[in-house]
Design a protein around this ligand. Structure first.
Ligand SMILES: *Cc1c(COP(=O)(O)O)cnc(C)c1O
Length: 367
């Protein structure tokens, strides 16, 4: 009998990001611009039935709202309890335990975990040479004959985007009966382009989106996926019934209808502040990576990400440290908030980078 816990799963630990309260939290890419007014109205209109009754089995009102907003047929849409739920369900739907999930690293840390949770084998393919160079050829991702290829575009945590032609080349190489190609578009709302329409007419492409970032709904846990109808159906079966609560579904429908045009306004502001943050960092002689997302990855050259993160926290600002990123070194990831939060971050960063490491240590600001 297999021992408990099963060996491929035993080394996994609980997800443990630093969630201690802080004045300005730029660490997790959720909305710094408040909540969508339509979402707040939906929550405030809660009835007793919203609490006592089950939600719709497969959130059909939400599927329709997605279909309407993006102009795609409803049979090409499924939904989930956050997009994490859809990644998990798609992995499970794509292959049997023991089969492979291939992905280009560095990328979203949950991918390896979802692969292992489902008894699948993670194949990390380095996407950056030591010089920070090119993304892997499609063949490198297909080489382990995976059941599913995962790509994050724009990529978390680097913020950059695979060139369109490279994704297309991967789809062509994968072929109509090859692995499922899962494109995680959690940050596509902030990007210049996406593959959502391509997913409808493709045979194998599944695009996964979240309402946790541009729609400001991380607390309500709603995600959706668009792809070929037969793929979407299998992912929905794998996901199971009753995954989106009644209140979350109503709130998500309001946010997707977006009568206030809240989302496009937020996206413009993020794009404007992102450009300004990049420019301010470059003006200081730093080399942030280009970003198509609502965050910026900043390589730290001589400083450690733990030290800089702790010193920023002591100044009331949380960022996410990414130590030892392949081809880049120690980095911090900064979510793009409103102008005054970016100003506060820059001021704090100046203080931290001016002080030598020894001074921070003496002040107890070192990790
Ligand atoms: C934030 C994020 C998600 C979203 O997860 P939810 O479960 O929808 O909150 C998915 N993928 C990536 C790469 C992310 O950064």
């Amino acid at each position: 009998m297999t021992p408990f816990p099963r060996p491929t799963y035993a080394p996994l630990t609980r997800y443990a990001p630093d969630r201690r309260p802080v004045e300005i939290d730029l660490s997790d890419n959720t909305s710094r611009f408040g909540a969508h007014p339509g979402v707040l109205r939906a929550i405030r209109s809660a009835s007793e039935e919203d609490v006592t009754r089950y939600p719709a089995v497969y959130a059909d009102a939400l599927r329709s709202a997605v279909a309407e907003r993006y102009g795609v047929p409803v049979e090409n849409v499924t939904t989930g309890c956050g997009s994490d739920d859809l990644l998990d369900s798609a992995f499970r739907a794509a292959g049997e335990p023991g089969e492979g999930i291939a992905y280009a690293t560095p990328t979203f840390s949950m991918v390896e975990i979802f692969a292992r949770m489902n008894g699948m084998v993670p194949h990390a393919v380095p996407s950056r040479a030591q010089d920070g160079g090119p993304l892997p050829e499609p063949e490198a991702l297909l080489e382990p004959a995976p059941a599913l290829v995962y790509l994050c575009r724009p990529n978390n945590p680097t913020g950059d985007s695979w060139p369109r032609a490279r994704v297309q080349a991967l789809l062509d190489a994968a072929g109509p009966s090859g692995p499922i190609v899962l494109l995680d578009e959690a940050y596509a709302d902030f990007a210049d382009d996406d593959f959502l329409q391509d997913a409808v007419t493709s045979r194998r492409l599944l695009v996964v989106r979240t309402l946790s970032k541009a729609f400001g709904m991380a607390g309500l846990r709603v995600g959706f996926a668009v792809g070929p109808a037969d793929v979407v159906l299998e992912v929905e079966k794998s996901r199971g019934p009753y995954k989106v609560t009644r209140l979350s579904e109503r709130a998500a429908v309001a946010a997707l209808k977006d009568e206030e045009r809240w989302v496009p306004n937020l996206v413009s502001e993020v794009r404007r502040e992102r450009a300004r943050l990049l420019e301010e960092l470059r003006r200081r002689g730093l080399s942030p990576l280009p970003s198509q997302a609502n965050f910026v990855l900043l390589p730290l050259a001589q400083r450690s990400s733990a030290e800089v993160t702790a010193a920023l926290r002591a100044r009331g600002i949380a960022v996410r440290p990414f130590p030892n990123v392949r081809g880049i070194g120690d980095t911090i990831r900064i979510s793009v908030g409103p102008a005054k939060e970016i100003d506060r971050f820059l001021e704090a960063l100046d203080g931290v980078l001016e002080a030598p490491a020894e001074v921070l240590e003496a002040r107890g600001e070192r990790a």
